[in-house]
Design a protein around this ligand. Sequence first.
Ligand SMILES: *[C@@H]1O[C@H](CO)[C@@H](O)[C@H](O)[C@H]1NC(C)=O
Ligand SMILES: *[C@@H]1O[C@H](CO)[C@@H](O)[C@H](O)[C@H]1NC(C)=O
Ligand SMILES: *[C@@H]1O[C@H](CO)[C@@H](O)[C@H](O)[C@H]1NC(C)=O
Length: 399
Amino acid sequence: MARRFVLLVLFTLFLSFSSNDVGCKRIYREDHMELKRQHKLLNKLVKKTIQARSIFPLYTKYGDTYDCINFYEQPFFNYHSLKNHTHDFPVRYTSNPEGSRDQKSSPLFNPSNFWLNGKGCPDGMVPIKRNTENDLKRAKLATEIHNSKYKPLTIDRPGTHFAVVRTKHTNVYHGASAIISIYGLGVSESQYSSARIKVQNGPDSIEVGWTVNPTLYNDVLTRLYTFTKTANSSCFNTLCNSIIPTSTDIPLGVAIEPNVCVCARFFGTNLFVHQDSSNGNWFLKFGQDEAVIGFWPKNVFTALGDGANYVEWGGEVFSPPGVPSPPMGSGIKLKKDTTYDAYCRQIKTINETDYVVNAVDTEAFADIAQYEVFDVEEYGRADVQHMLLFGGSGGYTGT
Ligand SMILES: *[C@@H]1O[C@H](CO)[C@@H](O)[C@H](O)[C@H]1NC(C)=O
Ligand SMILES: *[C@@H]1O[C@H](CO)[C@@H](O)[C@H](O)[C@H]1NC(C)=O
Ligand SMILES: *[C@@H]1O[C@H](CO)[C@@H](O)[C@H](O)[C@H]1NC(C)=O
């Protein structure tokens, strides 16, 4: 179980920030020196924390190293000199959307599955990944790739392909959710393959889901990720000051055991992004118990601060020119059978008055024939409801 420790959230506090103060820091368009500076800052912070509290490093069985950092001492707060203030405020999650949810999903993210210590950080702390300079360089490249600024194939099709179900009309959405099936896939260097929910308004978007992304993670494990984009910055996970992690035991970027996944029907994990109507902050909830694992302060965004107006569920891949595009979803041509195909089930939106409702008024979209999506608009079962199947074996070279 994810122990949710604090939290959340500082809404009074965030309301009082100027947006410049909290705007995402742009590390990725900047040079080597900036990476070095960033690295130094993170290390300093970690060192300080270790000295101050004798905090141990934390290892995953996949070889990742994290440090447990006091929630209020994580880099985000450091940048904004908030440490002094935060303890003065009651921190809480102030609103919960209403509506029926039957979201049985697998307890896949039991911390004992991935932490060598079996449980993650002590209460009041969050695991923050220890990044080497190489990690930061790879993250910078992964961000360029994700933004399709890396070796674009053509202006129209810059190497990125989609098979998604998306909302047709502009509406105010205070969030979206789905249970997404999880697969392990073969993906080569400079490629990625993801399954995710995306909410967007103008230049701002949030993506949450799983990805196989060797550029970012230096391996081909299936991992939980977020991608945050604003007018001024974009990054994966916590690599810019966008999402603030809040979970003691479920870090962004955590690997999901692929072998567990390629088997059972209706096996998947629940992902839920929701804008708290009382303070405008966006929350990421995750897993069976809908534990809050992070939040985006409202002022990180310009447009998304007023809610999303577009939602998308499904697969996204990228491949550089000349390299056959990677598999998507479960990696096979759709059989229209959840035993074989990747799915998002119980796709829902949170409406303007904070009700979780089945996604309606949607359309299926795939940009090339190598990837397919099938919008099963209403499947009677309560644990399925509005579902989509998506995927493909790839192989497109963009010629
Ligand atoms: C983004 O950058 C522009 C120009 O540098 C600036 O005017 C604007 O305030 C920035 N927006 C945010 C949300 O930081
Ligand atoms: C921190 O808080 C104390 C007590 O409220 C105050 O005196 C001090 O000026 C604050 N420091 C900063 C850097 O804001
Ligand atoms: C949101 O959904 C609830 C429940 O279906 C409904 O009563 C309400 O009118 C909806 N709000 C909007 C703005 O559509």
